[in-house]
Design a protein around this ligand. Structure first.
Ligand code: SF4
Ligand code: SF4
Length: 318
């Protein structure tokens, strides 16, 4: 899967926000010009679908079965003005550094707009040098994926694949479970300082939150969680029913921690919240506990949770 977090944060979140402001909770029909011949994923697309990132919208494409030739005949017959980049060899236009681009399209960008391409290329070069990534990461455009798809992996030798593991873009949290009974004890590696105020806001959707001295406690019907920040971050989960419930609760508090460390203020959580309990501020989010019903839609709709991984080791049952 290509690494298109940007599509969600820069394109779909603003669209979803405008639709919510204009139409509230009504169902909206969106008509797009998507075609089956554009990609394998689009070839499998049904005639009518929903986009999981835009609530209450039904999408359809009347030209789903059109070929490129039919599109061009239509445009020429109707004397429609077209973007001049189509005449320079591009057949799909979007952001010029889109990770969904083919290598040939990126070469066209470099040829037509070297000044733009050089800025991006310099940024990629610095990133790859800092992490000592193999030269293939840039030469084959491997930066387009967070995890390299199977058909591309098959073309790379083992050494290159091992080198790619140093690419830490998708690494969120590394967690090891050290105690399992009577409570789960997890040690968590975090690469940034924890902002207690932000973490408390992100934990509120999970249950009631309180600060006791240096620790933060969250409680709901499945158990009680305590964050100990010193000397290293550890999380204790006292589960009320089953170990599996405890692990699920731990996963959710880890997602909340991940969001608090990496929130990009995209607003998806506030758009998806059915109770308007989330406000977005310049420096983070706030959650109104009186309105929150703990549905967790905010957690499920957050691109930070979707794109950053939480590696947990030692989850086997006690
Ligand atoms: S917490 Fe909300 S605003 Fe922040 S990245 Fe996630 S969805 Fe976007
Ligand atoms: S989406 Fe659900 S859990 Fe999140 S703040 Fe809104 S009501 Fe609470």
């Amino acid at each position: 899967r290509d690494y298109r977090w940007c599509c969600k944060v820069i394109k779909l979140a603003p669209i979803a926000k405008v639709i919510k402001e204009k139409f509230g909770n009504s169902t909206v029909l969106s008509i797009v010009g998507q075609r089956r011949y554009e990609s394998l994923a689009r070839a499998r697309s049904p005639r009518v679908w929903r986009n999981r990132w835009i609530p209450n919208v039904i999408v359809t494409s009347p030209i789903l079965d059109w070929t490129a030739l039919e599109v061009w005949i239509y445009l020429l017959m109707n004397k429609v003005r077209v973007n001049s980049l189509y005449l320079k060899g591009f057949d799909r236009l979007g952001c010029w550094l889109c990770p969904a681009s083919e290598l040939a399209e990126l070469e066209l960008v470099e040829r037509n707009h070297p000044e733009m391409w050089n800025t991006w290329s310099e940024y990629l070069r610095k990133w790859s040098e800092e992490r000592k990534l193999p030269k293939e990461w840039m030469n084959y455009g491997l930066w387009r994926w967070l995890s390299i798809p199977g058909d591309v992996r098959r073309l790379l030798d083992r050494k290159v694949l091992e080198g790619l593991e140093r690419d830490d873009r998708g690494r969120g949290l590394v967690v090891s479970i050290e105690g399992r009974t009577p409570e789960i004890l997890a040690r968590v590696e975090v690469s940034k300082p924890i902002d207690t105020k932000a973490l408390v806001e992100h934990l509120k959707p999970l249950g009631s939150v309180r600060i006791e001295g240096e620790s933060i406690k969250v409680e709901n019907e499945f158990g009680r969680v305590t964050f100990y920040k010193a000397p290293n971050l550890s999380i204790a989960v006292e589960y009320y029913h089953s170990y599996e419930d405890g692990i699920k609760l731990l996963e959710n508090v880890l997602k909340a921690l991940l969001r608090s460390l990496n929130c990009v203020l995209c607003e998806f959580c506030s758009i998806f919240c059915p109770n308007s309990a989330i406000k977005i501020h310049d420096n983070g989010i706030s959650v109104n506990e009186n309105l929150c019903t703990h549905c967790l839609k905010c957690l499920e709709s957050c691109p930070v949770v979707e794109y950053l991984t939480i590696l947990i080791s030692g989850t086997r049952s006690p």
